[in-house]
Design a protein around this ligand. Structure first.
Ligand code: NAD
Length: 296
């Protein structure tokens, strides 16, 4: 039997649910204009984004990695939270025992007013800068400067719609940036600052993981919402199984039919855009939402 698709049935379940866990991915921010990594046309210049998101890449070419992140930072700061972010933030305010785990680093959930205690930034934030030295714990949180430093100004330039952005054109040489002009750590004075995101092959914050495990083990979970993620990156992907082990019914929101594979008949699959579906799915709890994300 395929999973359920009835919005009405889901609304009833949500209304009567106490403990709800959500896992969000890049698809939640797609409607805000921020591309997913694995989506169409996924290259940045001629690089796989995932090949730039590693400590090895930063060691090899910190200026190139910073250009990539400075551009993504600029895009994130220019973007606005969408109705999906607002719906999740509103659900967090209405349900005492709701926890949202997001793989997104774009800062859009905090900007939508999602209560901090009910949001775990699994992969950090692109708006934080931290020291690359293993033995230095310096971190500059929520830095809104754009460009993040003068040398990275080419990554924060806007062009008229339709014009190819030179930075994104692999045939235009990348701006040459000297390592000494990148941000340096004001604490240890030796390390370079790097984006405060978790890169591939890096561990997630231990205390955050322990807090999430504690929440999961506190009792049965009624619903596991999986929004806009291919859920292939561990440990995030493992949370769905942990929630199922705690009795959760899974509800997947994603335009890709393959993301509903493995769901059973008591689960839900809503195929489509999270920014359109989430306000509808949560309406019975959060009320009706206007097109700007305000509750009417
Ligand atoms: P992914 O690129 O692997 O998957 C994105 C998922 O979103 C896909 O399953 C796709 O079908 C779905 N999707 C696309 N448009 C959607 C929409 N409008 N509504 C709902 N779903 C939609 O991304 P991932 O597995 O979430 O993340 C991989 C890693 O990349 C993560 O670690 C994340 O930190 C990072 N990342 C973050 C951002 C961001 O912060 N905005 C953007 C790109 C990548």
């Amino acid at each position: 039997m395929p999973p359920r698709t009835s919005i009405e049935e889901f609304r009833e379940l949500l209304k009567s649910s106490n403990r709800v866990l959500a896992l969000c991915g890049a698809g939640l921010s797609a409607a805000s204009g921020l591309p997913t990594f694995r989506g169409a046309g996924g290259l940045w210049r001629n690089h796989e984004p995932t090949s730039l998101a590693t400590p090895t890449a930063f060691k090899r070419d910190p200026a190139l990695v910073w250009l990539f992140y400075a551009w993504r930072r600029h895009m994130a700061l220019k973007a606005n939270p969408n109705r999906g972010h607002y719906a999740l933030a509103e659900l967090a305010k209405k349900k005492d025992d709701f926890l949202c785990l997001t793989q997104n680093v774009d800062g859009l959930s905090p900007r939508a007013g999602h209560p901090e205690a009910k949001l775990k930034l699994l992969h950090g934030s692109i708006l934080d800068n931290k020291c690359f030295n293993d033995n230095c714990d310096y971190i500059d949180r929520n830095n809104l400067s754009d460009p993040v430093c003068p040398a990275l100004a080419p990554a924060a330039e806007d062009y008229p719609p339709g014009q190819t952005i030179p930075l994104l054109d692999p045939y235009v040489p990348a701006p040459s940036i000297k390592v000494e002009d990148l941000l340096h750590c004001p604490q240890c004075k030796t390390g370079l600052l790097r984006p405060g995101v978790v890169w591939f092959n890096e561990p997630l914050d231990k205390q955050m993981l322990a807090d999430i495990d504690n929440w999961i083990l506190q009792g049965p979970i009624d619903i596991m919402l999986v929004v806009g993620t291919a859920a292939v990156v561990f440990p995030a992907a493992g949370y769905t199984q942990q929630a199922i082990d705690q009795g959760a019914i899974v509800a997947v929101v994603n335009p890709d039919p393959e993301s509903g594979e493995g769901l059973i008949d008591e689960d839900f699959f809503f195929q489509g855009d999270a920014s359109e579906l989430l306000p509808k799915l949560f309406e019975g709890v959060i009320g009706k939402m206007d097109e700007h994300g305000k509750i009417l």
